[in-house]
Design a binder for this molecule. Structure first.
Ligand code: NDP
Ligand code: 8X3
Length: 249
C-alpha cells in the first residue's frame, strides 16, 4: 500500500527536493508552507507522479497548524512519514547585539513549530502503532559556531527533542531520527541575511551540499526495512570539515 508523507517547508530547498524524491518513489504527499503560489505549482508538477494535497499555514501559529492538519481529507489523514523540515536561521550576530525578533523567529519556527506539527501528527501514529518521523536538525545542532548562538540553540533543541521522541515513541514501534546537514545551497542564506549581498558569498569557492543530496539521504532513511531505524545522520559537503572549516578554492 502507498505511504503518505507530510513535509513541512516543502516550498523550497530541502523540503521541496524531498517532496520530489518521494514523488519519484510513489509516496503520497501532504506539502506544507506559506507561499501559496509555490505550493500550487509544486502540487501541479508532482501530481503527475503521485497524489498530492497542499496545506498553507505558518508553523508559528499553533491553532492554524493544528487546524490545518485536522482538516486533511480522509485519504491523506493517515500520515506514515512526517518530515519536520520547516525552519531557517534569522541573522548571524553576536549575542550582545542579536535581534529579539530574530531570536523569536528561530525558536518559534525551528523548535515550537516542529512541536506543534508533531502534536498534530503523532496521535494518529500512536493509534496505528506505526510511523516514521524525521526531524531536520543541522550540524549547528552538534556544534556551536561564532554568532550562531540562538540558531545553534534551536538546532540543539531539535536534536534533544528528536532523542526524546525516539524514547517516548519506542513502545509504539514508531521510528524517529534526525538528518543533520552542514552547508546546503538553498534559500537558507537569503533568509538568514534578509536578502543582503552577504548571502551571495556563502556558497562561493566550493561545492556545497545540494538540497537533492539531503533528500536522497532522507529517502534512504525512510526506505529501510521495518527493523532498521537510521537514528542520526551528520552530513557535510566534502569541502566542509566543521562549521568553521571549509576548504575554498
Ligand atoms: P529554505 O529557506 O530553502 O526553506 C525553508 C522552508 O521552510 C521553506 O519551504 C519555507 O516555506 C519554510 N518555512 C519557513 N518559515 C516557516 C513558517 N513560519 N511556517 C511554515 N513554513 C516555514 O531552507 P532549507 O531548505 O535550507 O532549510 C530547511 C531546513 O534545513 C531548516 O530546518 C534548516 O534549518 C535546515 N538546514 C539547512 C541547512 C542549509 O545550509 N541550508 C543546513 C542544515 C540544516 P514558506 O516560506 O513558503 O513558508
Ligand atoms: C545550517 C548550516 O552552518 O549555516 O544549519 O548553521 S549553518
Amino acid at each position: 500500500m502507498k505511504k503518505t508523507a507530510l513535509i513541512t517547508g516543502a516550498t523550497s530547498g530541502i523540503g521541496r527536493a524531498t517532496a520530489e524524491e518521494f514523488a519519484k518513489h510513489g509516496i503520497n504527499l501532504v506539502l506544507c508552507g506559506r507561499r501559496q503560489e509555490r505550493l500550487e505549482s509544486i502540487e501541479k508538477a508532482l501530481s503527475k507522479q503521485t497524489d498530492v494535497h497542499i496545506l498553507n499555514f505558518d508553523v508559528r501559529d499553533r491553532d492554524k497548524t493544528l487546524g490545518a492538519i485536522a482538516s486533511l481529507p480522509k485519504e491523506f489523514q493517515n500520515i506514515d512519514i512526517l518530515i519536520n523540515n520547516a525552519g531557517n536561521a534569522h541573522g548571524l550576530d553576536p549575542i550582545e547585539t542579536g535581534s529579539l525578533d530574530d531570536w523569536d523567529a528561530m525558536m518559534d519556527i525551528n523548535v515550537k513549530g516542529l512541536l506543534y506539527v508533531s502534536k498534530a501528527v503523532i496521535p494518529g501514529m500512536t493509534e496505528r502503532r506505526s510511523g516514521h518521523i524525521i526531524n531536520i536538525g543541522s550540524s549547528a545542532g552538534k556544534e556551536v559556531y561564532p554568532k550562531g548562538n540562538v540558531y545553534c540553540g534551536s538546532k540543539h533543541a531539535v536534536l534533544a527533542i528528536t532523542e526524546g521522541m525516539r524514547i517516548d515513541l519506542n513502545p509504539y514501534g514508531i521510528k524517529v531520527g534526525a538528518v543533520n546537514p552542514g552547508l546546503v545551497e538553498t534559500e537558507f542564506s537569503e533568509v538568514r541575511f534578509k536578502g543582503d549581498a552577504a548571502a551571495d558569498n556563502i556558497y562561493k569557492g566550493y561545492k556545497a551540499l545540494q538540497a537533492e543530496d539531503v533528500a536522497e539521504v532522507i529517502y534512504f532513511a525512510v526506505s529501510r526495512p521495518a527493523h532498521v531505524n537510521i537514528a542520526d545522520v551528520l552530513m557535510f559537503c566534502t569541502a566542509q570539515a566543521s562549521s568553521t572549516i571549509v576548504k575554498k578554492n
